[in-house]
Design a protein around this ligand. Structure first.
Ligand SMILES: Nc1ncnc2c1ncn2[C@@H]1O[C@H](COP(=O)(O)OP(=O)(O)O)[C@@H](O)[C@H]1O
Ligand SMILES: [Mg+2]
Length: 286
C-alpha cells in the first residue's frame, strides 16, 4: 500500500514553490451529524501554508459540510478544527472577529447583491470590518477588481455581468481583506469550460502571488488536476485518500478509480482497463 492510501497526509505534493511547512488548517478526528444522521465520521487533514487542497467525493459525501464546519458555522459532534492555529469554538468573540477577517469565502450560493454596483459589492467587507475612509475603500476595491481582470467594471450592476464575471467579482470580494485562507465550494459550477479554466488560473495566481492557502471543493476532474497541490477524496464520511495529483491518478483503490472514471466517461478506456473493470464489483458513490 502506498503512502497515498493512508489518510494521514504523509503524501508528497506537486507544488513546492510557495508551500511551506507551516500548518494553516488542521482538522482532527472530525465527526459531524445532522440530527441523528452522521455525515462526517472521523475526518483528518492538514493544509500547509501556500497549498491548494482540493476536496472531491460523490454528491452527498459531506464536502460542503466539511467546509461549513471549517468555517465555524456548525459545531462538530467531536474533534477539532484549527485555522491559523486557532479553534473557532474556544477563542473569544474578538479573536473570532479577527480570525474571520483572515478567511475568504466563495460559495456557489454566495452571489452578489443585485441591488448594489459591482464596486459596492466588493467594498462590502471593507465597510463592515474596517474603519478605512471612503477614498481608500474605493481604491482597494478597484484594485481587487483588477486582480480578477474586471478593472473598470465597478460601476456596473451584477445583472449586467456574465456568469463568469459574477464569479470573478465574488472572488474579488472574497479577497478584498487579503485573507490568508480561502474556501471555495464548486467555484466553476455552471460555467462553460473556457470560463471555468479562467477561474482555475485565477486561483493559481492567488496562491502564487499572494501565498494564500485554499480549500477548493470541486467535482471537475480537469480543474482538480490543474490546481491541486493535494487532493482529498471523501467517501462515506471519511477521508478515503489524500495525495498529490499523481498519487490520486495512480491509486488502485476501487472507489477512487470509480470516482475518476465516472467523471471522465468520454475518455477512452484501454482494453486491459476495460477487462479489469468488468471483473470488479460495481461501486456506487452516493
Ligand atoms: N442542513 C442540513 N440538514 C440536514 N441534512 C443536511 C444538511 N446539509 C446537508 N445535509 C445532508 O448531508 C449530506 C452531506 O451533504 P453535503 O455536505 O452538502 O454533501 P456534498 O457537498 O458532498 O454534496 C447529504 O446527505 C445532505 O442531504
Ligand atoms: Mg456541496
Amino acid at each position: 500500500m502506498s503512502s497515498a492510501n493512508k489518510n494521514d497526509d504523509s503524501s508528497q505534493m506537486n507544488h513546492k514553490k510557495t508551500m511551506s511547512n507551516e500548518t494553516v488548517i488542521k482538522v482532527k478526528d472530525l465527526v459531524t451529524h445532522y440530527g441523528q444522521r452522521k455525515i462526517l465520521d472521523g475526518v483528518n487533514f492538514e493544509v500547509k501554508k501556500g497549498e491548494i487542497r482540493v476536496v472531491m467525493g460523490g454528491s452527498g459525501s459531506g464536502k460542503s459540510t466539511l467546509l461549513w464546519h471549517m468555517l465555524g458555522l456548525y459545531e462538530p459532534t467531536q474533534g477539532q478544527i484549527e485555522l491559523l492555529g486557532k479553534d473557532m469554538h474556544t477563542i473569544s468573540f474578538n479573536e473570532q472577529l479577527k480570525l474571520k477577517q483572515d478567511i475568504g469565502v466563495s460559495f456557489q450560493s454566495g452571489a452578489l447583491f443585485s441591488s448594489m454596483t459591482v464596486g459596492d459589492n466588493v467594498a462590502l467587507p471593507l465597510r463592515e470590518f474596517t474603519d478605512l475612509d471612503e477614498n481608500t475603500i474605493r481604491i482597494i476595491s478597484r484594485m481587487k477588481l483588477e486582480v480578477v481582470n474586471l478593472g473598470g467594471f465597478h460601476k456596473l450592476m451584477p445583472s449586467q455581468l456574465s456568469g463568469g464575471m459574477i464569479k470573478r467579482a465574488a472572488l474579488a470580494r472574497a479577497i478584498v481583506l487579503d485573507p490568508k485562507l480561502l474556501f471555495f465550494d464548486e467555484p466553476s459550477a455552471g460555467l462553460d469550460p473556457v470560463v471555468a479554466s479562467e477561474i482555475d488560473d485565477l486561483i493559481l495566481s492567488l496562491r502564487d502571488t499572494m501565498g494564500m492557502s485554499m480549500v477548493v471543493v470541486t467535482h471537475e476532474l480537469d480543474s482538480a488536476f490543474k490546481i491541486a497541490d493535494r487532493i482529498t477524496v471523501l467517501d462515506k464520511g471519511k477521508n478515503l485518500i489524500t495525495g498529490s495529483v499523481e498519487e490520486i491518478q495512480k491509486s488502485d483503490n476501487k472507489r477512487v478509480m470509480d470516482l475518476l472514471q465516472r467523471r471522465s466517461r468520454h475518455d477512452k478506456l484501454n482494453p486491459s482497463e476495460y477487462l479489469r473493470r468488468l471483473t470488479q464489483e460495481n461501486y456506487t458513490l452516493t
